[in-house]
Design a binder for this molecule. Structure first.
Ligand code: SAM
Length: 212
C-alpha cells in the first residue's frame, strides 16, 4: 500500500466529517446544476462509505454513486440506491495496472450514464488529492467525466500523516486551481477557503465544470 493515509487513522484526530465535510461539501454537490434527472456521481477515494450518500437530491432524483477506495467497504449500511464500490489503488488504476477495476468502472458509467454524452455528471475528490499523485489522478479521471460535468474538490494542503503523505500530492491551493483551469481546461464554478478544525491550515473547497 503506497501513498495512503488510512481513513481510520485520521478519524477522531485532526479531521472532522461533521464540522467540515458534511456541512460544506454536501451543499456544494447538491447545488450543482446537473442537466439530467438522475446524476451519476463518482466519489474518488471515497473511503469505506461515500459521504455523498448523505446528500439530499430531493425525492425525484435517484443518483447512481460509484465509490473508489482501497479500504474494505461495508455495503450493508448503504442507504442510496445504485451504489457501486470499486476497490483499487489509484496509482494502479491511473497507470493502467488495474484493467479489471477500470473495466468495472467504465461499465458503471456506461450503464447509468447518458450514452450520447458518457461519463460521470460529477466527480468528488474529498480529502484525497493530498495523498496521491494528484495530477495523474485528476488527468486520468477527466476521461471519466462527461462534458458539462463537475469536479468537486475538498483538499487541505499538508493534511494527513507525513509518513503517508505523497510528495506528488497538492503542494499549494494555487497550484491545484491552476492545474484544473489551466492544464485540464475546466471552468471554475466556485472556490472558497474553509477554516479547518486543525493546525494544518485552511481547506480548499472548489468546483469546476468540464466545458469541452
Ligand atoms: C482522508 S480519507 C478521505 C475519505 C473520504 N473521501 C472523505 O472525505 O471522507 C483519504 C482516502 O483516500 C484513499 N486513498 C489515498 N491514497 C489512495 C490510493 N493510492 N489508492 C486508493 N485510494 C487512496 C484512502 O483509502 C482514503 O479513503
Amino acid at each position: 500500500m503506497k501513498n495512503v493515509a488510512l481513513w481510520t487513522d485520521l478519524e477522531g484526530r485532526h479531521f472532522s466529517v461533521n464540522e467540515l465535510k458534511l456541512p460544506h461539501l454536501l451543499p456544494l454537490i447538491e447545488g450543482l446544476d446537473f442537466p439530467g434527472q438522475d446524476p451519476v456521481i463518482l466519489d474518488v477515494g471515497g473511503g469505506s462509505r461515500s459521504l455523498i450518500e448523505h446528500a439530499d437530491f430531493g425525492p425525484e432524483r435517484r443518483p447512481a454513486i460509484g465509490c473508489i477506495d482501497i479500504a474494505p467497504s461495508d455495503i450493508m449500511h448503504m442507504t442510496a440506491s445504485r451504489v457501486r464500490h470499486f476497490r483499487a489503488e489509484l496509482d494502479d488504476l491511473t497507470s493502467g495496472r488495474d484493467p479489471e477495476t477500470e473495466g468495472q468502472l467504465r461499465g458503471f458509467l456506461h450503464r447509468w450514464g447518458d450514452p450520447a454524452n458518457p461519463g460521470a455528471d460529477a466527480m468528488v475528490f474529498s480529502d484525497v488529492l493530498n495523498y496521491v499523485d494528484y495530477k495523474q489522478v485528476l488527468r486520468w479521471f477527466d476521461g471519466c467525466l462527461k462534458v458539462g460535468g463537475f469536479a468537486a474538490i475538498l483538499n487541505g494542503v499538508g493534511r494527513g500523516f507525513f509518513t503517508a503523505f505523497s510528495d506528488m500530492g497538492v503542494q499549494s491551493d494555487i497550484e491545484l486551481l491552476d492545474y484544473c483551469d489551466g492544464d485540464l481546461g475546466y471552468q471554475q464554478v466556485q472556490a472558497a477557503h474553509l477554516p479547518a478544525p486543525s493546525e494544518y491550515g485552511d481547506v480548499l473547497l472548489a468546483a469546476f465544470q468540464k466545458i469541452g
